[in-house]
Design a protein around this ligand. Structure first.
Ligand code: PMP
Length: 401
């Protein structure tokens, strides 16, 4: 063959999904996959989504092309809901294939921008600062786009807080114009977000050093609430002139496979914004041409209808309160087992990361049929209330080993 490619190693998370499916033991628990689940372990289509889909089938007049920026009603609806209409007016926006697509277009734009700056200054490919640990796809997406990646320690494991000192030290090394990845809420994989005071400091540091935040907002409404979860992004938008926001609707609308997302761009003045938007459209044309419509049309339909929007909001609140209640129950059950995991109750979103060695993670899988990601990440939504006690006691035995 003309192909001489060595095979890629299997994605460890995907192989876990297969192993879980084949596990015949009753009561097996899957905490590995990053999707929301209800108390029965299901990830049903939201009612508001079903209604919007029915309406689209009945009423959508055409499926002709929309163009590289996608559905404008969708991007305006999401921006208005997330950031308020005044901020939304200052943003260029494009619909993307999921939050991942938004991250990739953002990275492509940063690379092109760096090349454009380099002609008049230092030669550079564009650089992004990434706090570790982070979602396992961040670094591959940025690397594939050709960004230079620099990392810093994001979490102080001792205090279970965002490590502002490490962040500040990293920013000392950054050059003006560098991008800085920040997860807007519900940090994946740790659930540990900066607190309000830390966000204020982060925003000042970015402003003072002329850095460009790339805000990954993939879980709005699953942390403290719809408005609360966008506060950090709003603060950053209000503090720095230039910012990128990669938004995902796949968790908060339960649309996963429909690949719904958006990239929002704040760029100093009107001319810079128009230029950034046209460059993003140009990059999209040469990549996937334009985004798929269906999921974005569903979201636009929901946000554009007061009754559907309120039904969606209630369903999202039910998902969020399930996560909060599961966190509390697990922290309490762990405490009863003598484990100090109270921080789980104070963290946010779907994930927490347990400081377990690989042998303990293997022990939980082999001897208790409890599956978690190789880095100790657990998805709280994978835990039914009725399984909390059993999980906590299995954990206590693993920690004791
Ligand atoms: N960012 C983070 C932090 C995520 O956890 C995810 C999904 N796992 C994404 C972005 C992208 O999600 P999607 O492409 O499905 O919208």
């Amino acid at each position: 063959s003309n192909f001489s490619l060595p095979a890629c190693p299997a994605d460890p998370l995907l192989s876990l999904i297969g192993a879980f499916r084949e596990d015949a033991r009753p009561g097996k628990i899957d905490l590995s996959v990053g999707v929301f689940r209800d108390e029965n372990g299901q990830t049903p289509v939201m009612h508001a989504v079903k209604q919007a889909e029915a309406r689209l089938v009945a009423q959508q007049p055409t499926k002709t092309y929309l163009g590289p920026l996608g559905n404008v009603e969708f991007t305006q609806g999401v921006a208005g809901m997330a950031f308020g209409s005044a901020r939304a007016r200052r943003l260029a926006a494009l619909q993307t294939p999921g939050g991942t697509g938004a991250l990739r277009v953002a990275a492509d734009l940063l690379v092109r921008n760096a090349a454009s700056r380099a002609r008049t200054g230092s030669e550079r490919h564009g650089r992004i600062w990434v706090g570790l640990p982070t979602w396992s796809n961040h670094v591959p997406v940025f690397a594939a786009a050709g960004l230079e990646i620099r990392s810093y320690r994001a979490i102080d494991t001792e205090t279970q807080r965002f490590d502002l000192d490490a962040f500040g030290a990293a920013m000392e090394q950054a050059d003006p114009g560098d991008a800085v990845l920040l997860q807007g809420c519900c940090h994946n994989p740790t659930g540990i977000d900066p607190d309000d005071g830390q966000w204020a400091r982060i925003a000042e540091l970015l402003r003072d050093k002329d850095l460009v935040p790339l805000i990954d907002l993939a879980y709005q409404g699953l942390g403290r609430g719809i408005e609360e979860d966008a506060l950090a992004a709003c603060l950053l938008l209000d503090t720095v002139p230039d910012a990128l926001i990669a938004y995902s609707c796949n968790k908060n609308f339960g649309l996963y496979r429909e690949r719904v997302g958006a990239l929002f761009i704040q760029a100093g003045d009107e001319a810079a914004r128009v230029a950034a938007s046209s460059n993003a459209a140009d990059l999209v044309r040469a990549n996937y041409s334009m985004p798929p419509d269906h999921g974005a049309a569903v979201v636009a339909t929901i946000l554009g209808d007061a009754a559907l929007a309120s039904a969606w909001y209630d369903e999202l609140e039910a998902m969020r309160t399930r996560l909060v209640a599961t966190r509390r129950a697990l922290a309490d059950a762990a405490c009863a087992q003598g484990l100090a995991l109270d921080s789980i109750a104070h963290q946010q979103g779907m994930f927490a990361q347990l400081a377990l060695p690989p042998e303990a993670i293997a022990d939980l899988r082999e001897n208790h049929a409890i599956y978690m990601a190789p880095d100790g990440r657990i998805n709280l939504a994978g835990l039914a209330m009725s399984d909390v006690e059993r999980f906590a006691s299995a954990l206590a035995r693993s920690f004791a080993r």
